[in-house]
Design a protein around this ligand. Sequence first.
Ligand code: PNS
Length: 165
Amino acid sequence: MQKIAIYPGSFDPVTNGHLDIVKRGLNIFDKIIVAILTNPGKAFLFTLAERMDMLGESLKEFPGVEIDTFDGLLMDYAAQRKATGILRGLRAMSDFEYEFQMALMNRRLNREIQTVFLMTGLKWIYTSSSIIKQAAQFGGNIEGMVPPLVEKKIQQRYSQIAAAK
Ligand code: PNS
């Protein structure tokens, strides 16, 4: 039987840290479904379609990866997709409390599906989509932190925003 994991998140946008977790996860699971939460209540830099496109393009050479979206409870979606695992990356200690809380609640909701935490590569320990966006917004160099196509998209988006002001 295929071992399927869901890798859920906002991915606004995908970073090299996310890609590192997917690649590590493929050593454990046969298939990873990267699932973007549809959350109309939150303000994102990129639309859902743009985030899907960037993920799809960045992971196109991995046949074991699917990109999808979900709403509602993660555990309902995971059961519907017949997943046995939820994949999450851990960076610094600061991630732990939030992740621990979420994993315990998710376990309470469905005891058949296990959350699996993978440590990101050391290079990505202090990076996140938010910190990368913040640096890019003020002209900081983000080369090597996101795939080149994402770097270009971030720069374009901030130029559009600046031009509209
Ligand atoms: O990239 P993020 O924003 O840290 O991802 C958070 C995400 C999408 C994993 C989390 O918000 C989530 O699973 N939301 C769906 C609602 C849900 O099932 N929450 C868990 C019960 S506490």
